[in-house]
Ligand binder design. Structure first.
Ligand code: ADP
Ligand code: MN
Ligand code: MN
Ligand code: MN
Ligand code: MN
Length: 335
C-alpha cells in the first residue's frame, strides 16, 4: 500500500513569493524523504544548474485527500545543503533558538480578499457595492460573499490540526480573516503557510482566487493586513515588559527596519486612514486602532498580556515578521 504526500514550498517570485506544491507517492509508513525540484521554473535557480532541494520540516494530515495522505511543508536548500536565499525560515530558526527561553507566542490575523475574475467577490459588474458598513461580521446575502469557501477552509484547517483560532468577515465585501495562534514563532508561521495553501486550494475548487494583496480595491475600501499579536513570558506576567516591547519597536531605525519588511505595498495600506497609522510614523497606545502598535484594553486593565503590531500587510512573510518581533523585543527584554 502507498499514500500521497503533497510537498509544499515557498518559491522565489519577486516581490511576493508564491506557494508551489507537487505530489509524491510513498510506501505506507515511509517518512517523507528529502526531494528535489526544478528551481529554474520558480525563480530559485538558473537553467544550467537548476536542481534545488526540498527538506521536509513540518507535516500534517491532508484534509482534502484524507486517509493517510500528508501535507509536507519544506525548506528550500541548495544542493550543498545551505539554505536557499529565498528560505526565510532558516533565519527565523536561529533567532527563535537564541531567545527560546523568553517563550514568545504569536497570534496572526490573516486578512484576504476573494476575487472572481478582475473584481472582488460581491462587487457588481461595472459598478460598486454599497459603501463599507454592513459587511464586517455581517450576515445575509446582501453583505456576505464566499462563506461556503470560508467554512470549508476552516474545516480543512481544523482537520489538518492547524492552530486556527477563529474567522470573521471583514469590512470590504469579499474580504475575510482567519487567525492562527497563539503558538511559538516557527509553529505559527508554518501553520500560516499551510493555511494559506489550503485557502488557495479550496477557493480554486469554486473558481475563485484568494489574494493577499494589501490594497485590493482602490478608493474608500479597507486594505488587507496581518495584525501580529505578540507576547513573551514576561509580557504575559507584567506590564513593564509590555511597555518595554512597545518602546523597543520605536527606537532608532527599528520602525523602518520593520516596516520595510512587513510586506509589499505598505505605503498604499498604512496611510493613516482606514484604521491604520501612517507607515513612517511609529506610535503605540491602549485600544488605539489608529496606532502602529495597540495594547488591548484588557491588557491595560489586567496589567499583563500581549501587544498587537497592526502594521504587517496581508502579504507579509510570517517567518520574517516573527523573526523581527522576537529579535527587537526579546533583545530589549533581555537587558
Ligand atoms: P482583534 O481583536 O485585533 O481582531 P483577533 O481576535 O482577530 O484580534 O486575534 C487575536 C489573536 O491574538 C488570536 O490569534 C489569539 O490567539 C492571539 N493571542 C491571544 N493571546 C495572545 C498572547 N498572549 N500572545 C500572543 N497572541 C495571543
Ligand atoms: Mn520533470
Ligand atoms: Mn481580528
Ligand atoms: Mn481584521
Ligand atoms: Mn487585529
Amino acid at each position: 500500500m502507498s499514500y500521497k504526500a503533497e510537498y509544499i514550498w515557498i518559491d522565489g517570485t519577486e516581490p511576493t513569493a508564491l506557494l508551489r506544491s507537487k505530489t509524491r507517492i510513498l510506501a505506507d509508513g515511509a517518512e517523507p524523504p528529502v526531494w528535489g525540484f526544478d528551481g529554474s521554473s520558480t525563480n530559485q535557480a538558473e537553467g544550467h544548474a537548476s536542481d534545488r532541494v526540498l527538506r521536509p520540516v513540518f507535516t500534517c494530515p491532508d484534509p482534502i485527500r484524507g486517509g493517510a495522505s500528508l501535507l509536507v511543508l519544506c525548506e528550500v536548500e541548495e544542493i550543498d545543503g545551505a539554505p536557499h536565499a529565498s528560505n526565510t525560515r532558516a533565519s527565523l530558526r536561529g533567532v527563535a533558538e537564541q531567545f527560546a527561553d523568553q517563550e514568545s507566542w504569536f497570534g496572526i490575523e490573516q486578512e484576504y480578499t476573494f476575487f472572481k475574475g478582475s473584481r472582488p467577490l460581491g462587487f457588481p459588474d461595472g459598478g460598486f457595492p454599497a459603501p463599507q458598513g454592513p459587511y464586517y461580521c455581517g450576515v445575509g446575502a446582501d453583505a456576505i460573499f464566499g462563506r461556503e469557501i470560508v467554512e470549508l477552509h476552516l474545516d480543512r484547517c481544523l482537520a489538518a490540526g492547524l492552530a486556527v483560532s477563529g474567522i470573521n468577515a471583514e469590512v470590504m465585501p469579499g474580504q475575510w480573516e482567519f487567525q492562527i495562534g497563539p503558538a511559538g514563532p516557527l509553529e505559527v508561521a508554518d501553520h500560516m503557510w499551510i493555511a494559506r495553501w489550503l485557502l488557495y486550494r479550496t477557493a480554486e475548487e469554486f473558481g475563485v482566487e484568494a489574494t493577499l494583496d494589501a490594497k485590493p480595491a482602490r478608493g474608500d475600501w479597507n486594505g488587507a493586513g496581518a495584525h501580529t499579536n505578540f507576547s513573551t513570558k514576561a509580557m504575559r506576567e507584567g506590564y513593564d515588559a509590555i511597555i518595554t516591547a512597545c518602546e523597543a519597536l520605536g527606537e532608532g531605525d527599528k520602525p523602518m527596519e520593520h516596516v520595510s519588511q512587513y510586506g509589499v505595498g505598505i505605503e498604499s495600506r498604512l496611510t493613516g486612514a482606514h484604521e491604520t497609522a501612517p507607515w513612517n510614523k511609529y506610535s503605540y497606545g491602549v485600544s488605539d486602532r489608529g496606532a502602529s502598535v495597540r495594547i488591548p484594553w484588557q491588557v491595560e486593565v489586567e496589567k499583563k498580556g500581549y501587544i498587537e503590531d497592526r502594521r504587517p500587510n496581508a502579504n507579509v512573510d510570517p517567518y520574517v515578521v516573527t523573526r523581527l518581533l522576537v529579535n527587537t523585543c526579546c533583545a530589549a527584554l533581555e537587558k
